[in-house]
Design a protein around this ligand. Structure first.
Ligand SMILES: [Fe+2]
Ligand SMILES: [Fe+2]
Length: 288
């Protein structure tokens, strides 16, 4: 496989829209209305979401799941926004968008529950790292974490033969996915995921750290966020990695990115010990 074929895949992806469970306009409006500096009120956002009954129901189910541990049931979007905050609602909304894509079919070996668990652990760890080290916008990093490996899902769905070949390379040579992808066709899943998110008109401060989450120093305008995402990913992989060559890759990477990798690892381990993760993942399953 050559770099040319990787580029061909990107071109093909850019020209075939990925259908969303709602109009792209709704996603764009919602994102605009949930910006920090926007003039929009909680009611504006609630009204936008209320246009879509299915979406409303799913957001309420998610908000009432054990993951958020709310004291009492929320029964309206306005209340859910008031309790969880706009950015959490936005993250739920985006997770549901990805769920809709994923549920249109993936290769049988693609484990969606494992995928979501990893996204959620990286989201929580990135947010906690940002708080610990003073990186701006911890909630924005949670959103980026939830979406960071979207490209893996897209490659599996849109180029299943390449996905299989990449997986064989990962196993045979104990490579991290991004490196195997790079060898296979000269691009990694960060670039693929960011391309799709850009097509959904999501802002650069979200798409750029995702694009560069395996090469954070190349991020032109959001290197701090990209490094935070890269470190969160390394810590989560390290915490789950055992003793093999891959585990030492993640441990070394964490050591390069952090002055206190052991202290930061504790954040990933705390995230992983949260028993309510399963509730969140269960709602994102295709059968749910
Ligand atoms: Fe990744
Ligand atoms: Fe990852």
């Amino acid at each position: 496989m050559t770099q040319e074929q990787g580029e061909h895949f990107l071109t093909r992806l850019a020209s075939t829209p990925l259908d969303l469970p709602f109009t792209p306009k709704l996603l764009q409006t919602l994102f605009m209305q949930t910006r920090d500096d926007g003039p929009f009120s909680l009611e504006d956002v609630a009204r936008t979401i209320a246009h879509d009954q299915g979406l409303t129901t799913r957001i309420l189910t998610m908000a009432n799941s054990a993951y958020y541990g709310l004291q009492s049931q929320v029964t309206s979007i306005a209340r859910a926004i008031a309790v969880l905050g706009l950015k959490q609602i936005r993250t739920i909304f985006l997770a549901l968008a990805v769920r809709a894509l994923a549920c249109r079919g993936l290769p049988p070996d693609f484990d969606l529950a494992v995928y979501w668990r990893h996204q959620l652990l990286v989201a929580q760890t990135a947010r906690d790292l940002a708080r610990r080290h003073g990186v701006p916008d911890p909630e924005g990093l949670f959103t980026a974490g939830m979406l960071h490996d979207l490209g893996k899902l897209i490659i599996a769905q849109r180029a299943p033969q390449d996905w299989l070949a990449i997986n064989r390379l990962i196993l045979a040579e104990e490579l991290p996915a991004a490196e195997a992808e790079d060898r296979h066709w000269g691009l990694d899943h960060g670039v693929v995921g960011a391309l799709v998110l850009k097509a959904w008109n999501l802002p650069q401060e979200l798409t750029e750290p995702i694009n560069w989450h395996h090469d954070p120093d190349l991020s032109p305008d959001n290197a701090a966020a990209a490094r935070c995402l890269c470190l969160a990913d390394a810590l989560v992989n390290w915490s789950e990695g055992g003793d093999g060559a891959l585990a030492s890759h993640w441990r070394n990477l964490a050591g390069r990115l952090s002055a206190d990798p052991e202290g930061d690892l504790a954040l990933a381990l705390t995230a992983a010990s949260d028993a309510s993760l399963a509730a969140f993942i269960g709602i994102l399953a295709c059968a749910a």
